[in-house]
Design a binder for this molecule. Structure first.
Ligand SMILES: Cc1cc2nc3c(=O)[nH]c(=O)nc-3n(C[C@H](O)[C@H](O)[C@H](O)COP(=O)(O)O)c2cc1C
Length: 341
């Protein structure tokens, strides 16, 4: 915990990085200003946008914050037949929004090396990452600049690998978590508290619990199970400062408990969100990052046209416990009035 203590947090709560414009600079800064650790989800941003968003956070707070990227991974091979099948499945949904037929773009993801370089130069207090491990050289470069590193694991095995790599802390993401599964190996969808207890027994580095933590009681239970800090995403989706679109907010307010599902339909990678037309109709997604690039025009048009049935509505299982409020109010509620040393 010694490494994290130097952040001087007053709350045990980390705002989860939420790529796709949810964790705006205003939200990140509001959480950090209120004593938590804000995280900028920068995975889908260009290097120029990352630089601008970090500057925007710094214009709003001098407190520490994290920047988050997806660890680099080999892109799988896809055949023209697979692409044609995925495009054909998506075509009726495009037609429903009067969009041109779907077409896989040439560039399917941002260049990690260029994104990483910008983060390194900007030197935020913390760099967090999901979907894999970092190369030794990248970890060394971060350490040389005094940037703390947080990896993401969905199993004890992954957490142990991250520990052996030398990260400063690890997020243990349980099955209730909203958004993408953050690991890279076999994922048994273990419960958050079970993962934390197992990690507390066998890891020596600080543990951050994530997945389904929406109340002060849940945060307290995670800390009691051995977590040093917690990371909450869904609890902040309806924060005033969040970039969550109006139809996304309305869908969260209207849905009932039990309506989340694990799906590959939007991105090709397993993620938890509210079930809708896309999760039901797209049965032959391309692997990540291809499907993510393929469905982007649909998602953008759906947000602009208030069509939640075509939007990725990432949400953790306990989304129904969320509410609209300022980030500072939500943070205070989750922290339960307790200060974290
Ligand atoms: C809308 C949304 C976007 C997310 N994007 C990211 C991301 O960019 N990087 C990341 O490491 N985790 C991301 N996550 C996962 C969170 O880090 C975290 O594991 C999860 O929110 C915890 O579960 P909860 O949503 O029940 O609080 C995202 C989660 C949500 C809900």
């Amino acid at each position: 915990m010694a490494a994290l203590t130097r952040l001087g947090l007053h709350s045990p709560v980390i705002l989860a990085p939420m790529a796709g414009g949810i964790s705006t600079p205003a939200l990140v800064a509001a959480v950090s200003e209120a004593g938590g650790l804000g995280s900028l989800g920068a995975a889908y941003l260009t290097p120029q946008q990352i630089s601008a968003e970090i500057a925007a956070v710094r214009g709003l707070t001098q407190r520490p914050f994290a920047v988050n990227l997806f660890a680099p991974h080999a892109t799988p091979q896809v055949t023209p037949e697979q692409i044609a099948a995925a495009e054909a499945e998506l075509a009726p949904l495009h037609a429903a929004l009067n969009l041109a037929p779907p077409k896989l773009p040439a560039q399917v993801q941002e260049d990690f090396a260029a994104q990483f370089e910008v983060v390194l130069q900007a030197a935020p207090a913390v760099f967090s990452f999901a979907f894999g491990r970092l190369e030794r050289g990248s970890l060394e470069a971060l350490k040389a600049r005094g940037i703390l590193t947080i990896g993401t694991a969905t199993s004890l095995t992954e957490a142990q690998l991250l520990q052996s790599d030398g990260v400063d802390a690890v997020v243990l993401q349980g099955s209730a978590a909203g958004g993408h599964r953050g690991g890279w190996q076999r994922d048994d969808l273990a419960g958050t508290l079970d993962l934390v207890r197992a990690a507390h027994q066998s890891l020596s580095l600080p543990i951050i619990a994530a997945g389904g933590l929406m109340t002060a009681e849940a945060v307290r239970a995670a800390l009691a199970a051995g977590a040093d800090l917690v990371q909450c995403g869904t609890a902040f989706l309806r924060a005033a400062e969040a970039g969550t679109s109006a139809p996304y907010r309305a869908a969260l307010a209207a849905a009932q408990a039990g309506q989340t599902t694990l799906t590959r339909s939007f991105s090709g990678r397993l993620a938890r969100g509210l079930a809708n037309t896309v999760t039901q109709e797209l049965r032959r997604p391309l692997p990540y990052p291809y499907q993510n690039a393929l469905t982007r025009p649909l998602r953008s048009a759906a947000a602009a046209n208030h069509r939640a049935e075509f939007l990725s509505l990432w949400a953790g299982e306990n989304f129904w416990q969320g509410r609209e409020a300022s980030a500072a109010e939500l943070l205070a509620e989750l922290s339960g009035g307790r200060e974290k040393a």
